[in-house]
Design a binder for this molecule. Structure first.
Ligand SMILES: [Zn+2]
Length: 403
């Protein structure tokens, strides 16, 4: 009985072996999927320093025979990746970046399986090496600035970095290269005219792409300014009532400026100094004048009022992008121009607008409208305001100094 059963069992067993052998042979000759291996530790476009721990991983349909890793065409000769002969593996290796120069490199992975067709796969990774320690210094050992003016802070670095912030009076300012490829980083710090005078500390926190950090600090003195007081200021009775019919609230202007500030280009749209935006015959109201009016109570006039003949041409003080062109209750016909890096100029009380639209990129000296007395104004004049991060500062400083 047992003998009778054994014979068919052996046949089944031998058939299974034969079937398996044919399956292996057919797979060997016909397998055509490309090898799939992945690298961890190095990401495309990222920057590295020192020794980087990496891993080659695969869970492939056919055994991987070899993996070659090359940097800039030179084989790294990682022995663990030669003659792997396995479908599934997890092989760690180290990449010592100090053996390469700083800058851009190309890492190439070539994998080949052990099938008859020797299916190959090639993957490229562009990455960067940065082993130079970060160095930085303020270009000025200390800053002195009057209330209502702007600090132009500059830092000299030894390389281009991702993150440079300056902190002053609880506010944080991002710094940017002063021109393309420059290692001098700058930022503009507006000093509101109502900030108390005194000695303060300005701190910079810098971080490069491989998390190298530098912290610096310097003194910044804010000097007192005695702002003039205005005796009387009255706007004709009923003018604001008339304006209300045709204007939007200035709250809408302020909200729009906050929104535009977030979108301000992270680079200067200007070069050189700013220009007074009209052929100025007289400054009617200086920057910071203290006013007392029935409509607004006590306030500081954080702009300059400039005079010439009614309806004279007003031009853009610098190159920039038009962000506001509308009529508001207090500022009347208003144009605002974004010059980049959060620097805006504003032009109030215009009679009318030139042929400009929101979003237009305009040049320094492009006409933007005519001098008027729309809004809260008691005569023809241009109210010219310059804001840095939405803090009004003396615009005339920007016409004398080159920022
Ligand atoms: Zn004014």
């Amino acid at each position: 009985m047992l003998h009778k059963l054994k014979f068919p069992l052996i046949v089944v067993f031998l058939s299974l072996i034969l079937f398996w052998i044919s399956f292996v042979i057919v797979k060997y000759y016909t397998y055509s999927d490309l090898p799939e291996v992945c690298l961890s530790g190095i990401e495309k476009k990222a920057t590295y320093s020192g020794v980087v721990n990496c891993k080659m991983r695969a869970d492939n349909g056919y055994k991987i025979a070899n993996i070659d890793i090359c940097i800039d065409g030179k084989d790294l000769c990682i022995t663990d990746l030669k003659r792997i002969n396995s479908k599934k593996f997890d092989i760690p290796f180290v990449l010592d970046t100090t053996k390469f120069s700083d800058g851009k490199h190309m890492l190439e992975i070539n994998s080949v399986d052990s099938s008859y067709k020797k299916n190959k796969c090639k993957d490229n990774f562009e990455f960067f090496i940065d082993n130079m320690p970060l160095q930085a210094a303020f270009l000025d050992s200390e800053y002195k600035v009057s209330q209502g003016r702007t600090i132009h802070a500059k830092l000299q670095l030894n390389k281009n970095i991702k993150n440079t912030k300056i902190k002053f009076l609880e506010n944080c300012y991002d710094c940017y290269p002063e021109s393309d490829y420059s290692n001098v980083y700058e930022c503009f710090i507006p000093i509101d005219c109502e900030v108390s005078p005194g000695e303060y500390i300005l701190t910079a926190h810098l971080q490069d792409s491989v998390n190298g950090e530098v912290k610096l600090s310097t003194k910044a003195a804010i000097e007192n300014v005695v702002f003039p007081k205005q005796r009387g200021f009255t706007v004709a009775k009923g003018k604001l009532e008339e304006e209300k019919e045709i204007s939007m609230s200035n709250k809408i202007l302020e909200e729009a400026l906050e929104k535009w500030l977030k979108d301000s280009p992270k680079k200067k749209l200007w070069t050189g100094s700013f220009e007074v935006p009209l052929d100025c015959k007289k400054i009617a109201t200086p920057f910071g004048e203290i006013r007392m009016t029935t409509e607004k109570g006590r306030y500081l006039h954080k702009a300059v009022d400039l005079l010439n003949l009614p309806r004279c041409v007003i031009w853009s003080a610098q190159a920039g992008r038009v962000i506001i062109k509308d009529r508001f209750l207090m500022s009347g016909n208003t144009v605002a121009i974004d010059h980049g890096l959060g620097v805006f100029t504003l032009y109030y009380h215009l009679e009318d607008f030139a042929d400009i639209e929101i979003g237009d990129l305009i040049k320094k000296g492009s006409p933007i409208g005519k001098m008027g007395m729309t809004g809260y104004a008691n005569g023809y004049h241009l109210h010219w305001e310059l804001r840095v991060n939405n803090v009004p500062v003396d615009p005339l400083q920007w016409t004398k100094d080159t920022f």
